[in-house]
Design a protein around this ligand. Structure first.
Ligand SMILES: C[S@@+](CC[C@H](N)C(=O)[O-])C[C@H]1O[C@@H](n2cnc3c(N)ncnc32)[C@H](O)[C@@H]1O
Ligand SMILES: [Zn+2]
Length: 181
């Protein structure tokens, strides 16, 4: 393993490189139990799992991320990206000791989610939200670098032409979370 979990002293724990990692190499293949939106709501509403620990991997399919996968933080200037179903790979050479971060928005098709971002990068978007919040030029750059996974490929055309919306099944599913509040 060339990664380890450490305190970031900024936003909780994060994942750091324990060796130099070359551009293009696979860092971690995320896996997890696959749940649908109803099951995800059940887990959260009953405090069986924590919010912000699900990664969409298909139509009405989310991974319940394990601890390691769920410890990577977000950056608006990431050094890692996601391809295939959920393969985290190095977007550039990463030095030993660097925190490994990816852009959560690039793996978040239209939904209701926002996070105040403390990544501190020059082009920080301040509020990270779903893929519609990524500027078009950044999206184009990500695609060029291969930073696009399977689920994001299914929505990218609509995102590019400004037509992407939260799908009906997800709008319905999100009500299950709201009912709790
Ligand atoms: C998947 S967890 C990442 C690991 C987390 N830092 C921990 O200690 O377990 C996602 C949470 O980390 C924090 N986080 C990740 N990236 C962040 C960022 N760029 N700015 C602020 N908080 C961030 C937020 O609290 C977010 O809900
Ligand atoms: Zn940021």
């Amino acid at each position: 393993m060339n990664i380890t979990i450490k305190d970031t002293h900024k936003y909780g724990n994060g994942v750091f490189a324990t060796k130099d990692i070359r551009k293009g190499s696979l860092i971690l293949r995320f896996t997890g139990l696959v749940v649908n939106i109803t099951e995800a709501a059940f887990l959260i509403n009953n405090a069986l799992w924590i919010e912000d620990s699900f990664l969409q991997v298909g139509h009405n399919q989310w991974f319940v991320l394990n601890r390691l996968a769920n410890t990577f933080n977000h950056s608006c200037s990431p050094n890692a990206g996601m391809k295939n179903r959920a393969d985290l790979f190095a977007l550039r050479n990463i030095k030993k000791g660097e925190e490994i971060v990816y852009d959560y928005s690039m793996v978040t098709p239209p939904t209701e989610w926002e996070m105040v971002c403390k990544c501190g990068s020059e082009n920080c978007r301040q509020i990270a939200s779903d893929i519609r919040s990524i500027p078009k030029d950044v999206l184009k750059e990500y695609i060029k670098m291969g930073n696009i996974n399977k689920i994001t490929k299914t929505v990218i055309k609509d995102v590019m032409n400004g037509k992407a919306k939260i799908p009906k099944y997800l709008q319905e599913g999100l009500k299950l979370f709201k009912e709790k509040k």
